[in-house]
Design a protein around this ligand. Structure first.
Ligand code: GRF
Length: 195
């Protein structure tokens, strides 16, 4: 059974969906949830599901991303993950870290990539007058929010939407998309999931 570690920074709603579907269906095993923020609400949610958790605070390392990652790697490597899922993990990773998990690190991003890499995706979609928005799961490469697309889900932009209402609509689809992609990915199937 493939072992999956998940990196979070906040509430962890995507992480919980991954954990719950893995535990319910047995398609993979959640072996660790790690956060760069010790106060991330997702840590307690993961622990309540019986998943080991760890926090490695990035702040003492300042701008030294490699030093932070070296500390993060200790519990991560000890958990021996086959796949690493970024789920609302808000730190940029160095090429060295990404290369270590080459071909087995996934990320979920709240836009229809290649549109809107980076932050404030929903406001940018609204400002552009887009008729639809969505989310993407992709393989992580050293370029931010780049890499082969493994799945996308689309939602309409509705008149009267603001960034919050659009984000909420997209998030419900993130919760469908990420487990669907991970299920395929651990089975060796990289055919994009389109929802
Ligand atoms: C999601 O929209 C994710 O795509 C983005 O940050 C949000 C995290 O939400 N990168 P959660 O922590 O999974 O609830």
């Amino acid at each position: 059974m493939k072992r999956v570690a998940i990196l979070i920074s906040g509430g962890g709603s995507n992480m919980i969906r991954l954990v719950e579907t893995m535990q319910a269906e047995g398609y993979a095993a959640p072996v660790l949830v790690a956060s760069n923020d010790p106060t991330a609400a997702g840590l307690a949610k993961a622990a309540a599901k019986g998943v080991p958790t760890v926090a490695v605070d990035h702040r003492p390392f300042g701008k030294d991303r490699a030093a932070f990652e070296a500390e993060l790697l200790k519990p991560l490597l000890a958990a021996e993950p086959d796949v690493l899922c970024l789920a609302g993990f808000m730190r940029v990773l160095t090429p060295g870290f990404v290369t270590r998990f080459s071909g087995r690190m996934l990320n979920i991003h709240p836009s229809l990539l290649p549109k809107y890499p980076g932050l404030h995706t929903h406001q940018r979609a609204l400002d552009a007058g887009d008729a639809e928005a969505g989310c993407t799961v992709h393989e992580v490469t050293p370029v931010l929010d780049d890499g082969p697309i493994l799945g996308q889900a689309r939602v309409p932009v509705l008149s009267g939407d603001d960034a919050d209402t659009l984000a909420a609509r997209v998030l419900t689809m993130e919760h469908q998309l990420y487990p669907a992609v991970l299920r395929r990915f651990v089975a060796g199937d990289r055919t994009p999931v389109l929802l």
